[in-house]
Structure formats: C-alpha cells, structure tokens
Design a binder for this molecule. Structure first.
Ligand code: ADP
Ligand code: F6P
Length: 320
C-alpha cells in the first residue's frame, strides 16, 4: 500500500487536529496508508512513526493542540539531521509528506522537497505571518480567544476606573493584536509593523481620562514591546492608573473556531490531492476564500501581509 506521512512542527495551533484528520481521511480515500510522524522533525530523524487509524482522529476535530505532538528540532537544520531523516523516510517507504507548521517548519519542508521527497506545506501558526495565505490555521481561534479575554479584563478595569494593557502573542507579527483589538474595541493597538510613539499613546490615555473615559484598553503585540514596560512608562509619565496582563498560552490552546476547522480541513484535503497528482514543493493556503497552492520557494519569499488600513480605522474609532 502507498504511504504518506504527516507531521506538525513549531508552535501548536488550534485546528492542527482538524488538518491531520482531513489528511488521514482523504488519504484513505485515495488508497494511502497515512503515517503519523510524532514530535515534528524529531520523529523523522528518530523514526517515531506510526500508522494512523480512524480511531486516532475520532472525536478530534474540535480539540486544540496536536495529536501528533510538536517540537522544535535543531538537528533538522543540519545536513546530518536531514540525511538521517531521508534514511528514515526511505525505510518507511514514505512517498510524500505533509508538514503543518509556521515559517520555520516551512523551511524544513522546503529542504525535504529539495532533497526529492514529495512535500506539501500547510500554514499552521497563530501568528498569521505567512504572506502567501490570507489566513494561517489557528489565527482565527487565537484572535477570538484574545477578544474574549479583552471583555473579562474590561469588566474588572472598568469597575476600578483603570487602564489595562494586554500583551498578546504573534512573534514579529501584529495581526493577532490588530484583529482582536479591532473586534474588542481597543483604544490603542501597538504593533511591530508601525513605529508608534509611547508618549503619544500615554497622551491618548490622559486625554481619555480628562474627557471622563477612565477605562481604556491597550493591546500590545509582543513584537512591539512588553506590557510591563508600557505600564511602567505610563506610570512614570502620567497619573493614569494602569495594570498590565500577559495573556500567554491561553491564546494558543482551546477549541478551534468553525473557521479554523473548515480552513484546516480544506487545506489538508488539498495537500493529499496534490500529492496524489504527483506534485511536490507546494505551499497550500487560502486567498479570497479560495484554496490555492504555489511553489514553496515563491511562497516563502512573500513578506507577511499586514492591513495597515485596519489599524488606521481603529485609530479613528478610538478618537470618539
Ligand atoms: P514555526 O514553524 O512555528 O515558525 P520554528 O521557527 O521554531 O517554528 O521552526 C520549527 C522547526 O522547523 C525548527 O525547530 C526546525 O526543526 C525546523 N526548521 C526551521 N528552520 C529550518 C531550516 N532553515 N532548515 C530546516 N529546518 C528548519
Ligand atoms: O509562533 C507561535 C508562538 O505562539 C508565538 O506567537 C510566540 O512568540 C511563540 O510561539 C512562543 O513560543 P514557545 O512555545 O516556544 O514559548
């Protein structure tokens, strides 16, 4: 029986399980045995590989995290590590591999393709920092989780007439901050994509206070700075009462949204179709609600998209 492998690598995201499920079911549909590769590229190097069964993905579409586990694997960045992985791939007769992960994992997928292993890349990261696709798997869930937390923080800040600054994930991308901030009615959104003056932000908070708006919410993308530093800056320069919150891993876990489940399912299904057609080195994404695939080198050369007009819209909304 023909065999393909599937692995998750880098930070986990809600929706990875939905993608694995789709790869397994569509794989079976095309007559493949689908092999789960555990702990990212480590599993390819050490042969942590087991055939997936229906029971592995049963009741999994709604679960966050990844049933294959994930990892960061320094060894796979070396030629020695890659050679070990190629041996394992040959030993297991894997005719294709689906990699689900972010930008770094995509570089690994690129290497596999260059070495002649038919490889497909699915974008899986909450950061939404992959330019070839409008959305990465997990971003919608993470931004919804942040939005929900904003309202909990807002309740307590409002009760005390305080300002809350929430630090959110995203690495060097401000997309989670922007989307959750816009959806959560944040007064200020600080992102790495735009140089923003903290003095102007502090002045905005003071102006809000003077006009009687005692509670403001500031969203700080981790790539733009730390919520604690911003809190200290505001405390040192104004009389605004401010608290900082680092949201952390709660924004990376939890049930995937319908959007992420459907996205992951469509991407996973397309990956298997493409392998079955004999393609390799394709990055699969979604643009304008259509599933697209493109050359992985071209895809990785595309800079992350950031919708500056949404940030400007939020700035106008926050004036009134
Ligand atoms: P993400 O995929 O979420 O961006 P990382 O950047 O940590 O996460 O990358 C995940 C893994 O991808 C790394 O630990 C490594 O195993 C693999 N990887 C990253 N860069 C390369 C590279 N240049 N060559 C081969 N593998 C890589
Ligand atoms: O790339 C996903 C991400 O959650 C980033 O938003 C964050 O900066 C990073 O991973 C955290 O990584 P770790 O899991 O190593 O703490």
């Amino acid at each position: 029986m023909k065999r393909i492998g599937v692995l998750t690598s880098g930070g986990d995201t809600p929706g990875m399980n939905a993608a694995i499920r789709a790869v397994l079911k569509i794989g079976i549909h095309y007559g493949y045995a689908v092999m789960g590769v555990y702990h990212g590229y480590n599993g390819l190097i050490d042969g942590r590989i087991h055939q997936l069964q229906h029971s592995d993905v049963d009741n999994m579409i709604h679960k966050g995290g990844t049933l294959l586990r994930t990892a960061r694997c320094e060894a796979f960045k070396t030629e020695e590590g890659v050679q070990k992985a190629l041996k394992v791939i040959r030993a297991y007769n894997l005719e294709g591999i689906v990699v689900i992960g972010g930008d770094g994992s995509a570089r690994g997928a690129q290497v596999l393709h260059q070495k002649g292993v038919p490889t497909m890349l699915l974008p899986g990261t909450i950061d939404n920092d992959m330019g070839f696709t409008d959305y990465t798997i997990g971003f919608d869930t993470a931004s919804n989780s942040v939005m929900t937390e904003i309202y909990k923080i807002r309740d307590t800040m409002r009760s005390h007439d305080r300002v809350g600054v929430l630090e959110v994930m995203g690495r060097s991308s401000g997309d989670i901050a922007l989307r959750a901030g816009l959806a959560g009615g944040a007064d200020i959104v600080l992102v790495p994509e735009k140089k923003q003056d903290w003095s102007a932000a502090a002045d905005h908070l003071v102006a809000n206070k003077l006009k009687g708006k005692l509670t403001s919410i500031v969203i700080m993308a981790e790539g733009a700075g730390s919520a604690d530093d911003f809190k200290l800056f505001v405390r040192n320069n104004t009389d605004v009462d401010i608290r900082s919150i680092v949201l952390g891993y709660i924004q990376r876990g939890g049930q995937p949204t319908a959007f992420d489940r459907v996205l992951a399912t469509r991407l996973g299904a397309r990956a298997v179709e493409l392998l079955n057609e004999g393609s390799s080195g394709r990055a699969i994404g979604m643009r304008k609600n259509a599933i697209i695939d493109m050359d992985i080198d071209e895809a990785l050369a595309m800079p992350p998209q950031f919708d500056m007009s949404l940030l400007e819209l939020n700035e106008i909304l926050a004036k009134f």
